[in-house]
Design a protein around this ligand. Sequence first.
Ligand code: F3S
Length: 394
Amino acid sequence: MHLTRPEEAMLSGKEGSATQKCMQILVALGEIYGAERLVKVSSVQVSGVSYKNLGDAGIEFLDGLAKDGRARVKTTLNPAGMDLRDWKSQGISSAFAEKQLRVIDAYGRLGVEVSCTCTPYLAGNEPRFAQHIAWGESSAVVYANSVIGARTNREGGPSALAASLTGRTPLYGYHLDENRRPTSVVQVKTPLESAEDFSAMGYFVGKAVKDGIPFFSGVRSAGLEELKTLSAALASSGGVAMFHMEGITPEASVGTAGAGTMSFTSRDLRDTRAMLSDGGSIDFVSIGCPHCSLAEVRTIAGLLRGRKVTKEFWVCCSREVKRQSDEAGYTSELEASGAKLATDTCMVVAPIEELGHKAVATNSAKACHYLRNSGMRVHFMTLEECVSEATRKG
Ligand code: F3S
């Protein structure tokens, strides 16, 4: 792989041991994937932030890099295992909190912004069309490639951090035009009436196309909320990193030559929704996978007006969206009902099983997928049904 002089200097250790280690990671990755060279990145988003997933070995790795490493480009984090400012009210143990805060402290010393969200594009980390970036959170990767038209592979925690500390990533995969063409045309033969319908469709299609690139045709309109939940679902049941949507996403004019064909029908929608629900009682409700937009927080606050929650109810969003919600008065409305507007975390990466919860209602197919894999019972509902469930008496 060709390296420029500054890149050679990083690899030789002239810019410190952390930079050298990161460059070694990138060169090894580049050689595995046949990259001819590295490319500069404008933005990084690092996944692998929750202590629940990182463990003590992760803290040691980060502490080692933080001795002389420093982020060279804007870098933000994926959700952590708790609300970093309000973890006590979430019932998180001091032992877990102490470890989680050590993780965050190490990232802070590395110059990474403590903005822990899977929707960095709603919180000031907003790449532009055609920019090369290195993002880790799978739902954000799909959103960035597909909706924004930026270019990123599905980075792991170490490779994203390596991109941050060197400002570079190997040029392969979704960074190249030839790997951004659709592999399957999905003829959407049913009206999609809510964001949850997009979520269910993403779950169905992700399972079918695996790591392919679906091209959706027949979708009349889709806004930010629909596209972000579709992105999340596609990346959870499958390994999708990008999709196109006719008339909606910026690279859909690439065409569909050579792609296979499948359809998504009203029956597929109904069956997928049913398959994502286990039945039985519910003890925890959460909305915000991916993290809520301000419009979603506003809708939830409106639905909660004059009502009290009867079970634990988390509405998850970024700090930036919470700041906007505070200003608009939605936070106080929402909290008056007893619901929690949780930042920095989500129902999947927080240790909710340790808090005694066993059955979760949520409007996200992705959350259902991962919560079920961790042994929880799940119920896939619309946003309105989630609010009704959270406030249901008896
Ligand atoms: Fe975000 Fe957590 Fe879902 S990281 S996409 S809210 S699983």
